[in-house]
Structure formats: structure tokens, C-alpha cells
Design a protein around this ligand. Structure first.
Ligand SMILES: Cc1cc2nc3c(=O)[nH]c(=O)nc-3n(C[C@H](O)[C@H](O)[C@H](O)COP(=O)(O)O)c2cc1C
Length: 140
């Protein structure tokens, strides 16, 4: 059974592109092997990640991510069974929140993901993906 799970967290310490790169480099191999697809939005002091795949794999990965000391304040925003993947082929694409729109930028205080519903956050992720170009650590 396929599911999609979305959570939100805050990095511990400085959120740097190098740190995200190193997380994703390792994540990619495991995700590809286990057919986990998704999107990691990072920047503005938050991580927002969508994970899709077999339920047992996604829940196992979420438990590991939850225990990762590089971030804190994890909140599960959304989890549903899905018929098909939204991020098919992305073994973890990355969207930089600060690169999305250099003119207007996403102003997080206007959209506080910590007080948004899962549906709102998913719509926002879709908007980010449509407006920014996801960069990958790897596409199948
Ligand atoms: C924001 C964030 C996102 C992550 N995403 C993934 C991921 O998609 N896949 C993955 O295998 N590890 C991911 N990790 C790394 C895991 O938390 C963990 O370090 C990794 O799975 C190795 O687990 P282990 O040290 O228990 O073996 C992520 C970590 C962070 C902080």
C-alpha cells in the first residue's frame, strides 16, 4: 500500500546548503533502493518534506528521520493512502525556499506552516514545485 507523508521541522544550528546536500546525497541511495520518492523543501529556517512509498518503508524512514539530531520540532502534517505518486521518479528532489522567487520570495510569516493544515501545506508544496525548479540529487 502506497502512502504520502508530510512533516515539518526546524534545523538545529545553521541551515546551510552544504548540510542539506550531504543529507540528500546519503538519502538518495537509500530512497532509490527502497523506492521512496518525494520532495525536501528547505530554507527560511524550516524543512518541509514529502515522502511517498510503501507504507512500511515510509513509516520506518520517518522514524529514523524523527530521531535525527540535525533537526527538531517535527510535526506530522499529513499522511494518506495514495493511488499514485505525485513525485514519481524523484528519489528526493529539493526545493530551496529562498530561491523560489527572487523577487517576491516566499514570506513564511504570511504562511506559517506550523499553523497550516496538511492540505494547505500540500498546496504550497505544489506551488513551490511549479514556481521553483526542483533540483535533484537525482532523478531516475
Ligand atoms: C530534513 C531531513 C531529511 C532527511 N531525509 C531523508 C530521506 O529522504 N531518506 C533517508 O534515507 N534519510 C533521510 N534523512 C537522514 C535520516 O534522518 C538518517 O540520518 C538516515 O536515514 C540514516 O539513518 P541511520 O543513521 O539510523 O542509519 C533526512 C534527515 C533530515 C534531517
Amino acid at each position: 500500500m502506497l502512502i504520502r507523508l508530510i512533516y515539518l521541522s526546524r534545523p538545529i544550528g545553521e541551515q546551510t546548503a552544504a548540510l542539506t546536500d550531504s543529507i540528500l546525497r546519503k538519502a538518495h541511495a537509500w530512497n532509490a533502493q527502497n523506492d521512496i520518492t518525494g520532495m525536501l523543501c528547505e530554507g527560511q529556517g524550516v524543512y518541509l518534506q514529502a515522502l511517498e512509498g510503501e507504507r512500511s518503508k515510509v513509516t520506518g524512514l520517518y522514524a529514523r528521520i524523527h530521531a535525527d539530531p540535525r533537526h527538531t520540532g517535527l510535526e506530522l502534517l499529513h499522511c494518506e493512502s495514495i493511488a499514485e505518486r505525485r513525485y514519481s521518479g524523484w528519489f528526493m528532489a529539493r526545493v530551496s525556499l529562498s530561491d523560489v522567487d527572487p523577487q517576491t520570495k516566499i514570506v513564511w510569516p504570511e504562511f506559517d506552516p506550523y499553523s497550516a493544515t496538511g492540505a494547505m501545506v500540500m498546496a504550497r508544496i505544489d506551488e513551490l514545485v511549479a514556481r521553483g525548479s526542483p533540483v535533484q540529487a537525482a532523478k531516475s
